[in-house]
Write a protein that binds this ligand. Structure first.
Ligand SMILES: Cc1cc2nc3c(=O)[nH]c(=O)nc-3n(C[C@H](O)[C@H](O)[C@H](O)COP(=O)(O)OP(=O)(O)OC[C@H]3O[C@@H](n4cnc5c(N)ncnc54)[C@H](O)[C@@H]3O)c2cc1C
Length: 502
């Protein structure tokens, strides 16, 4: 008899897992608490303005989709790629993102096509994916339906999931299942419920250390995007990181990430006029938001409580729960700055289907899924957590007027700023290797393990600042003191408060 698979949540992870399982000939039912997207003439715009998604708080924050995700769609769902492009989603190639100096001498190399990213409003990607999923045999969507509980029993001393309790039109129903996929996102309650019943699923969380602020804009009729200039449209200024996200159908968004400890800045930036003023001070952003080019079409969305979280569902004794597979943010959460969440979910869906195709034994299936997901994703996760910790330290030091870095820290900083950065900005082949790791085509360790890459970086470092001058990034905008003064905000109060609290 065909196994009954229930998927909790029809967001990104629910969609990737439904599409992957249906492709392998299985039938799935996706249970989603929110209503379907409104259909109409300008569906992508309607999805952005009118789609009620109380279940996804970050739906209207900037999203970009890594090259690894683009590859997943190309290889697993080529027709979906056609739908996405037809709806206005954009492919941005490796050459399009090169620093200007490298673009002039760029010669395409085999593999560069693998470094194409996909961009759109998140609502557009999700709405097109949903519409495509609904056309696939084997995928059923049940919307406006809340999963309230998970049904369990104990089998041979292990907790096993046997179905879900759902609420529909105010009525509770129990739906039996052979497999439950938890794709209910970062606030999913299912693992907490299973732990209350003794599952013993451990998790480790790390702070991302930032808050996200996003505003959306639309280009005026007939107006194109600005020419890329010397100052990049994304950058890290220490006290803030910024990025322009080109999107579909003449839209784009800007996200400014502010360290959690920048209390004054984070309070001020939520005001649209302050957000736009900051944009006007950043040479890589200002041409986008200039009044004669575009107009804002949303409020400033703010989001905090950003964490990275890894849940350990299997250990040496095997899986903690049988017939239960979390995917997406309910399994692994990542700092949004890296743009990896949707790609992680797609790789988990690939891993899940491989495990399902290999065996029907519940213990072996779960063990395969969790071990392989760990092998595929943990290196990127660990690398990210390490970088986040360093960024949190840097943001804190930036507030301390008495901070004097120790020799070791000065060397590390110089290696990043005077070796890696100018080396990448001056060498297309090196940047290509770096991007392959960033976009999850290669493992992160491969870049620095390659002796050729290290030799190039070290020789740039040895050449010294003066001879590398043309490969340093231009000034991205006012420094912290200047920006705080421009915004009429106290520059030191945060540090005094922090120090007093310590
Ligand atoms: C600010 C921000 C920016 C980001 N930017 C990027 C980016 O640029 N690129 C990228 O790849 N990733 C990005 N991410 C991460 C990415 O958005 C997430 O990893 C992704 O949404 C995870 O998908 P998911 O399906 O697990 O969860 P979600 O997309 O949150 O979907 C969960 C779904 O489950 C439903 N649901 C929840 N509870 C229930 C219930 N009890 N019953 C029924 N349905 C339920 C919800 O309604 C929702 O539809 C960003 C994240 C944030 C917070």
């Amino acid at each position: 008899m065909e196994e009954r698979i229930l998927i909790v949540g029809g967001g990104i992870a629910g969609l990737w897992s439904a599409l992957a399982l249906a492709k392998s000939g299985r039938s799935v039912t996706v249970i989603e608490r929110d209503p379907p997207a409104p259909e109409g003439e300008d569906s992508a715009d309607l999805a952005f303005t009118d789609w009620e998604r109380r279940g996804v708080g970050h739906l209207r924050h900037s999203h970009a989709f890594l090259a690894r995700l683009h590859k997943h769609i190309r290889e697993w769902h080529p027709e979906l790629m056609q739908d996405l492009l037809a709806a206005g989603c954009r492919e941005i190639g490796f050459a399009d993102n090169l620093p200007l100096a490298l673009r002039e001498t760029y010669v395409p190399a085999p593999g560069d096509e693998e470094l194409t990213i996909l961009t759109s409003r998140r609502t557009t990607l999700e709405f097109v994916m949903r519409r495509y999923a609904l056309r696939q045999p084997g995928i059923e969507f049940v919307t406006d339906t809340l999963v309230r509980d998970v049904l369990t029993e104990t089998r041979s001393g292990r907790l096993a999931v046997t179905g879900l309790a759902i609420e529909r039109d105010g009525e509770r129903q129990e739906w039996p299942a052979d497999t439950v996929i938890d794709a209910a996102g970062k606030n999913s309650q299912l693992i907490d419920t299973l732990n209350e019943r003794g599952a013993g699923i451990e998790e480790k969380t790390e702070r991302a250390g930032i808050l996200y602020f996003t505003r959306h804009y639309r280009l005026h009729e007939g107006m194109g995007e600005p020419e890329r200039n010397k100052v990049p449209s994304a950058g890290d200024m220490g006290f803030m990181k910024y990025g322009v996200f080109p999107a579909d159908n003449g839209c784009f968004s800007i996200t400014i990430a502010v360290p959690e400890i920048e209390m004054e800045l984070r309070k001020a930036i939520i005001r649209p006029e302050t957000f736009d003023f900051i944009c006007s001070q950043l040479p890589g952003v200002a041409p986008w938001t200039a009044e004669d080019r575009s107009t804002p079409v949303s409020k400033v969305y703010g989001m905090g409580e950003l964490i990275s979280r890894w849940r350990k569902l299997a250990d040496d004794d095997g899986p903690r729960v049988l017939n239960f597979f979390p995917l997406g943010d309910s399994f692994i959460r990542t700092n949004p700055l890296y743009g990896r969440g949707c790609t992680f979910a797609a790789i988990e869906a690939e891993t899940l289907v491989h495990a399902f195709d290999r065996t029907e034994n519940p213990v072996a299936r779960a063990t395969l899924y969790f071990n392989n997901a760990r092998g595929a994703l943990r290196p990127y996760y660990s690398d990210m957590v390490k970088q986040d910790k360093a960024a949190i330290r840097r943001a804190r030091n930036a507030l301390d007027p008495d901070y004097r870095p120790k020799l070791r820290n000065r060397v590390i900083r110089s290696f990043a700023e005077d070796a890696i950065t100018p080396a990448l900005r001056g060498d297309t082949a090196l940047l290509r290797e770096f991007m392959r790791a960033f976009h999850m085509i290669d493992k992160p360790s491969e870049f620095l393990r390659n002796p050729g890459n290290i030799a190039k970086i070290m020789s740039v470092w040895a050449r010294g600042k003066k001879r590398n001058a043309r490969h340093y990034p231009p000034k991205l905008g006012p420094d912290r003191q200047e920006m705080m003064a421009l915004l009429d905000l106290p520059a030191t109060s945060d540090w005094e408060r922090l120090r007093d609290a310590a």
